[in-house]
Write a protein that binds this ligand. Structure first.
Ligand SMILES: [Zn+2]
Length: 190
């Protein structure tokens, strides 16, 4: 795991490219409800923990609207974790670490202006709510030996091998089903 990814413009660019591909796949499908065609109707976002130079590419979430019944279909995302204001990358990386007082996390939370209580809530979400999600219920058996749920998300991150950017890319893709629907509803306050 590498917190430097939070300050790596190239990694932000990679995440955008993945989201563009995921959005293209979503758009190529028809409306679930009536078979109508999906048109672009992105959601504006005000992302936190976003690199300044990448911000312009992180100010909208790819979403679509049916041209017949007007129902929405939002693409899964590696940039945004549900309706959270913080980027998914931050929610994963800054929750990780064996101890809440890990010094690099403490320093980053100051640099990136993330309150300690917000990180604490993320950690609680990982341990208390993430294991209950349909994603985890369906996927947990794939991890052998079983993941230690008391050490999430670190224990999960460790199973995604490869260079730090490669493993983080893969974990964000793995988590992307959580980014639609109501799997992530935690109120983060401010
Ligand atoms: Zn429709």
């Amino acid at each position: 795991m590498c917190h430097a990814l939070l300050q790596n413009p190239n990694f932000f660019h990679i995440l955008l490219q993945i989201d563009i591909e995921l959005a293209a796949e979503t758009r190529a499908t028809k409306c679930h409800y009536c078979g109508g065609t999906l048109h672009c109707a992105n959601y504006p976002r005000k992302p936190r923990c976003c690199l300044e130079e990448a911000r312009i590419n992180f100010e909208s979430r790819f979403s679509f609207c049916c041209n017949q019944c007007r129902k929405r279909k939002t693409s899964v995302s590696v940039r945004f974790l549900g309706r959270r204001v913080y980027l998914g990358l931050a929610v994963v990386l800054m929750s990780a670490g064996r101890s809440p007082s890990t010094s690099d996390v403490a320093q980053l939370s100051e640099t990136l202006d993330v309150p300690a209580r917000t990180i604490q809530r993320w950690r609680q979400w990982w341990i208390e709510q993430f294991p209950l999600t349909p994603l985890w219920q369906a996927a947990c058996a794939r991890f052998m030996p079983p993941i230690d749920l008391t050490l999430l998300p670190t224990s999960l991150i460790e199973r995604f091998l490869g260079s730090s950017d490669e493993s983080m890319r893969r974990i964000l893709v793995f988590l992307s089903p959580l980014t639609v629907g109501h799997s992530v509803t935690l109120n983060e306050g401010c």
